[in-house]
Ligand binder design. Structure first.
Ligand code: ADP
Ligand code: MG
Length: 661
């Protein structure tokens, strides 16, 4: 329903839109993050630092001092039922002598209070639980309360569907209407718990139903093209590789080859930690595909990586295969030649970025699409890709592993192959947490590594996150130029460079023409420079755990043990605890699991692209039991669709609108 109906001021509508509230439903489904309890407390129970509420009158002495920059301090005596207090409050210049107010204050001991906020309502009318919302943009807590109040008038009209009665009764859930009521305006914490159980289940059931509806339309039972090839040829070629595949690698390769040879259309996720050796598996799968006289496409998230992949494939695969890579700095002529040859079936493997999705890229007979770091490709892009050939097989590779049980419920329609144990040449990377956002404490160590001809990455948070000042590439570059000996050569790489410039910088770093590389997360995926084994991450608390794990996967790729220094000046306990997970664990699964619990899958897998929604209230890790129950119930719904018409209809509609965005 349109926001207009709430009869808001023009300014408020603007504020709402900026904050991402476009419909009344958006407000109703924006849940509080916590609740504050307003209650009266006898003076004898007050402890220093308690936040307390009291009602009373402002009395003399009353003193107001104006400070520069629109700030002010007001001091007054406050006569309340609990006694007479000396109050100090900042930036509340409108307070007047003799005014009667309800005050929230911090108790500083004796008769001292620091005012936090006040209003003109009687305290009696405010007792209870107050929802606290995570504020967005310019909306204040007060705005949120008003908006939600207004939205509540339309509650009934906004609820289009409820959890089917069978399930609601089975799990003793509330009606959606009541759940929304209790979550926004609870009387007790028990009511909040009841409400959130209901809302979580509803959210998961909707997700699961949509997943299964989608599956029944799209993939399942779809026949692919059987690829006929002699597996012994693949085995023979495996022996030519410079290393022996690990048992895990052999196993996942077999799973993939089975899929290629079967009638069933492959839609497989190959997951394994950074450096676990996924590329060689993809290479062999593409080799098998070529043996069956089909072409393959390999999609990489960045151009740098696409070109690197093409080089790697050439190393791994027989010289008889023609492997080409499409990238932006090719001349029009070169590009045209590749496209023509592709159409004429003269190219076996084409590597590229999103550019491969363009319409002008036509394969003669594409049989396999491999996407590296699959979460960076949208659902829609995947769809366009599958139209590149006739029922192509899909292999998606991801280095952000998710636990199998979770993957099974989240992806439903994807088979999963996992490399759990790594080949022995994979180095560990020692990780250190440095409680200062500068290299001072580790300066000597870094210098020593540089003298030993190691190369060092200096990673800064990307430029967009700026609610707190962070170290930018420019600042770090300047600081290093000042701080490090003059002969140390420093390169700079960030997202604002063109693809060509980026490639050039990386090539120089690769050729050891730079000793240091100051960079952003553009190097996060895939960059493979074995001579660089030290990494310094500034403002490391600003990164996600999986992201940091990916980043540090850039070092320790050669024969030297990697070293990663996480710098932070954050005092936040939770942040530090999170960073410590990386110090203590090298296990991508464990890290991903912690990250999932903390940030939810949307953040990690790249929101909409992943096909996994970011849940509003449910958490896929901590609420896993509910998720599994919802999956089972989703299946029950699909088995007896006629009993759940309304619910299914509702989910189908949501699916339709989802495809649009
Ligand atoms: P991923 O893509 O999974 O992060 P890569 O495929 O880039 O990992 O492999 C990382 C490195 O490990 C590469 O240099 C690769 O040649 C090497 N490698 C892969 N498999 C093995 C193996 N079985 N034994 C030794 N080295 C391997
Ligand atoms: Mg890789």
């Amino acid at each position: 329903m349109e926001l207009k109906q709430l009869k808001l001021s023009k300014r408020m509508i603007e504020k709402c839109t900026e904050a991402g509230f476009n419909e009344i439903e958006d407000l109703l489904w924006f849940f509080p993050v916590r609740y504050e309890e307003i209650r009266q407390k006898a003076f004898s129970d007050w402890l220093v630092n308690d936040k307390i509420w009291l009602e009373g009158t402002i009395v003399d002495p009353f003193k107001q001092v104006y400070l520069p920059k629109n700030r002010s301090v007001t001091k007054f005596h406050f006569q309340s039922l609990e006694g007479l207090f000396q109050v100090t409050i900042f930036n509340r210049p409108w307070l007047k002598l003799n005014q009667h107010i309800t005050l929230q204050a911090r108790y500083d001991g004796q008769n001292q209070l620091t005012g936090l906020q006040y209003n003109a309502q009687a305290l009696m009318d405010q007792l209870g639980l107050v929802p606290i919302y995570a504020l967005r943009k310019e909306l204040t807590q007060k705005d949120m309360h008003k908006l939600v109040d207004k939205a509540f008038v339309f509650l009934d009209q906004c609820i289009k569907n409820d959890v089917p009665d069978v399930f609601r009764e089975r799990y003793r859930l509330l009606r959606l209407k009541d759940a929304l009521h209790y979550i926004h305006k609870p009387h007790t914490m028990e009511a909040v718990v009841q409400a959130s159980r209901t809302l979580k289940y509803e959210e998961f059931l909707r997700f699961q139903t949509k997943l299964q509806v989608n599956r029944s339309i799209n993939f399942s039972g779809q026949f692919g093209k059987v690829k006929v090839f002699d597996r012994r040829l693949v085995q023979t070629w495996m022996k030519q590789l410079p290393f022996e595949l690990t048992a895990d690698q052999k196993q996942v390769l077999n799973e993939i080859l089975d899929d290629l040879q079967s009638k069933h259309r492959m839609n497989r996720l190959l997951q394994g930690d950074v450096g676990s050796g996924k590329t060689v598996i993809a290479a062999l799968a593409m080799y098998a595909t070529s043996l069956a006289h089909y072409q393959s496409a390999l999609l990489a998230p960045t151009e740098i990586l696409a070109r690197q992949h093409a080089e790697t494939l050439k190393q791994y695969l027989p010289k008889t295969l023609r492997i080409e890579v499409l990238y932006s700095s090719l001349s029009t002529q070169q590009k045209r030649k590749i496209l023509t040859d592709l159409k004429n079936n003269e190219i076996d493997i084409l590597v590229g970025t999103h550019s491969l999705i363009q319409e002008e890229v036509r394969f003669a007979n594409c049989g396999l699409v491999v996407a590296d770091e699959q979460h960076r490709f949208g659902v829609k892009q995947r769809q366009s890709l599958s139209e590149k050939g006739d029922k192509v097989d899909f292999l998606l590779m991801s280095a952000t592993p998710i636990p199998r049980t979770l993957a099974a419920v989240l992806f439903n329609d994807v088979e999963i192959s996992t490399i759990t144990n790594y080949h022995s040449s994979k180095q560990n990377t020692q990780t250190f947490l440095i409680r200062e956002n500068s290299i001072k404490p580790i300066y000597d160590q870094i210098l020593k590594r540089l003298e030993e001809k190691d190369q060092v990455y200096f990673v800064c948070p990307s430029i967009e996150q700026s609610d707190r000042p962070t170290k930018s590439v420019e600042i770090i570059e300047a600081a290093l130029k000042r701080g490090l000996p003059k002969h140390i050569r420093i390169g700079v790489l960030h997202g604002r460079l063109t693809a060509e410039e980026k490639t050039r910088v990386l090539e120089c770093f690769y050729a050891q023409e730079y000793d240091c590389l100051v960079t952003t997360t553009v190097i996060e995926v895939g960059v493979n420079i074995q001579s660089a084994n030290t990494m310094v991450v500034y403002d490391s608390d600003r990164f996600g755990l999986s992201q940091l794990h990916q980043l540090r996967g850039r070092v320790g790729r050669g024969s030297v043990e990697g070293r990663c220094f996480l710098l932070t000046d954050s005092e936040d306990e939770l942040s530090l605890e999170r960073l410590n997970v990386l110090v203590e664990s090298q296990d991508g699964f464990e890290i991903a699991n912690k990250d999932l619990a903390l940030r939810g899958p949307g953040e990690i897998f790249g929101l909409k692209q992943s096909g996994i929604p970011s849940f509003l209230i449910a958490n896929v890790v901590t609420d896993q039991a509910i998720l599994m129950t919802a999956q089972k119930d989703g299946q029950e719904i699909m088995k007896n669709p006629s009993q759940y018409n309304a619910w299914l209809e509702h989910c189908r509609k949501e699916l339709e609108t989802q495809v649009v965005d």
